[in-house]
Design a protein around this ligand. Structure first.
Ligand SMILES: NC(=O)c1ccc[n+]([C@@H]2O[C@H](COP(=O)([O-])OP(=O)(O)OC[C@H]3O[C@@H](n4cnc5c(N)ncnc54)[C@H](O)[C@@H]3O)[C@@H](O)[C@H]2O)c1
Length: 459
């Protein structure tokens, strides 16, 4: 046994000296070489809105990519070359699958054959607004089972600062298996903006910070092979905080402008005109717009990861709590507006037909997660209204306590409704037709900016 070790050791030394390497940087150099040559096998855990576009980008760059997901349906769809993510067209996915560059599996034993792994699993909030880390932990446990020397692991799920160092690292590091030497661990925030035709995974600058400088180096090298711009951060905590700053910035500014909308409403001022005029200032102002409330997987959730962590550090995140409170009350404000507008026509909300136009959480996307439309519909149903909706991108929705609703044909529903409420201003809606047919319009997005009808009530 000892002899075998000695033989192996001298063999390794000869190979290393041939390559001008030392024993201490073996894993790093070998991995770096595979990444540079694009012979590294890339694994992506979690094939959703973030993971699938990333997998596609690395496959397009010439890597062999293996996607891992716990949903067998998604695995099967990818292996058929069928995309379920709006930003990934079948015309791009299918050839990658057919050529063998991209495949999917639910079998985590493949990790033992991978060189790199990006974790793109969900990070929701619990009802108590505490982080739900179960998905990251589950992914970490699977990686730990099959981890091997020379593995690069990058967490991309949005999370609180310290997750990579405090949660993932202890799951992976073992005696004789040291971070920065035997394996590499980074955090890189995902900034994808679904439905944005200009900025997609490939051309959104990618921030990456490693647990050690060698980890950062490896993360930068990896992303540089497929993405246009890579921005190194000095460590994983900085990279984690970058994402939270970006999303908290948005959330608080939206909270501010929503509060501005409430003030303007009370004072009889058109908040949309105020924002447009303020936007003419060529410096020091950036427009944000009010709306029916926050939606999506990021802006309503991520800042609470930060406030949870900062509470542990003894600092109350007061801006976050306040903006969360204001934004969280916007659906209620919209319902009050609807009620007041109907009352002004001597029509009680109970038994009125209210048609919601657009339920996705933002324009031109097919995602209904955390959408304020769901809250508005729920509140209206509680008041006894008959609620219908139209959305070309969302065929059906599930509402708290109200069961399932199916999308209705827009023109017929608008003509029938006592009030038509624009929650999501998809570009494909025929606003001329809506303005012509609707009895009463409540517009939460300024979609009817250029319409002069008196039956339009703006936020
Ligand atoms: N959607 C966005 O616009 C966006 C933008 C930036 C950051 N993020 C962040 O990226 C992360 C992923 O978000 P998403 O929108 O892609 O979520 P998603 O729900 O669309 O996709 C997550 C995928 O992970 C899979 N999954 C869950 N647990 C798993 C496990 N243990 N092993 C393998 N697969 C598992 C799910 O089945 C799902 O397919 C979240 O932290 C989110 O906050 C999302």
């Amino acid at each position: 046994m000892v002899a075998w070790h000695l033989a192996f050791w001298s063999f390794t030394c000869i190979r290393l000296s041939d390559m001008n390497l030392t024993e201490t940087n073996t894993s790093q150099e070998l991995l770096a070489e595979r990444i540079r040559r694009k012979t590294a096998r890339v694994g992506i855990i979690g094939l959703g809105y973030v993971g699938l576009p990333l997998a596609v980008e690395f496959a397009r760059a010439g890597f062999e990519v293996i996607g891992l997901d716990v949903q067998e349906g998604k695995v099967a769809a990818i292996n058929r070359g069928e995309s379920y993510v709006q930003d990934v067209p079948n015309s791009i996915l299918k050839p990658l699958v057919e050529s063998g560059r991209l495949k999917a599996t639910a079998d985590f034993s493949i990790v033992s054959e991978l060189d790199t792994i990006n974790i793109c699993v969900p990070t929701p909030l619990r009802k108590t607004k505490d982080p739900d880390m179960t998905y990251i932990v589950a992914a970490g446990e699977e990686i730990a089972k099959y981890a091997h020397p020379g593995l690069l692991v990058i967490l991309e799920s949005t999370t609180y600062p310290g997750t990579t160092d405090e949660l993932l690292l202890p799951m992976l590091e073992k005696p004789g298996f040291k971070v920065g030497k035997d394996f590499f661990l980074c955090f890189s925030p995902e900034r994808v903006d679904p439905g944005n035709p200009r900025f997609q995974t490939m051309n959104i600058p990618k921030v990456v910070g490693g647990v050690t400088p060698a980890c950062t180096e490896m993360g930068v090298l990896f992303y540089s092979q497929a993405l246009e711009t890579v921005v190194p951060a000095s460590n994983a905590r900085v990279a984690e905080m970058v994402k939270l700053l970006e999303n908290t910035f948005r959330m608080i500014n939206i909270g501010l402008v929503n509060e501005m909308a409430l003030m303007c409403d009370r004072m009889g001022i058109d908040v949309w005109e105020v924002i447009d005029a303020a936007s003419t200032k060529p410096f020091g102002f950036m427009p944000f717009y009010p709306g029916p409330g926050l939606g999506g997987h990021c802006i309503p959730i991520d800042p609470f990861y930060l406030s949870w962590k900062s509470k542990q550090a003894g600092i109350e995140a007061r801006f976050i709590e306040l903006a969360g409170y204001i934004n969280g009350n916007m659906p209620r404000f919209v319902v009050d507006k609807i009620q007041n507008a109907l009352n002004a026509q001597a029509k009680p909300v109970r038994d009125s037909h209210i048609h919601i136009v657009g339920v996705a959480y933002k324009r031109d996307i097919d995602d209904v997660r955390e959408s304020p439309a769901l809250d508005v519909i729920h509140l209206l149903q509680q008041l006894g209204a008959h609620v219908t909706y139209s959305d070309p991108l969302i065929p059906k929705i599930r509402v708290d306590g109200g069961g399932e609703l199916h999308a209705e044909p827009l023109a017929l529903a608008v003509a029938d409704a006592d009030a038509t409420v624009v929650i999501t201003d998809h570009t494909s809606f025929d606003y001329e037709m809506i303005a012509y047919r609707a009895k009463l319009i409540i517009d939460t997005r300024n979609a009817f900016k250029h319409f002069k009808q008196t039956n339009i009530v703006r936020l």
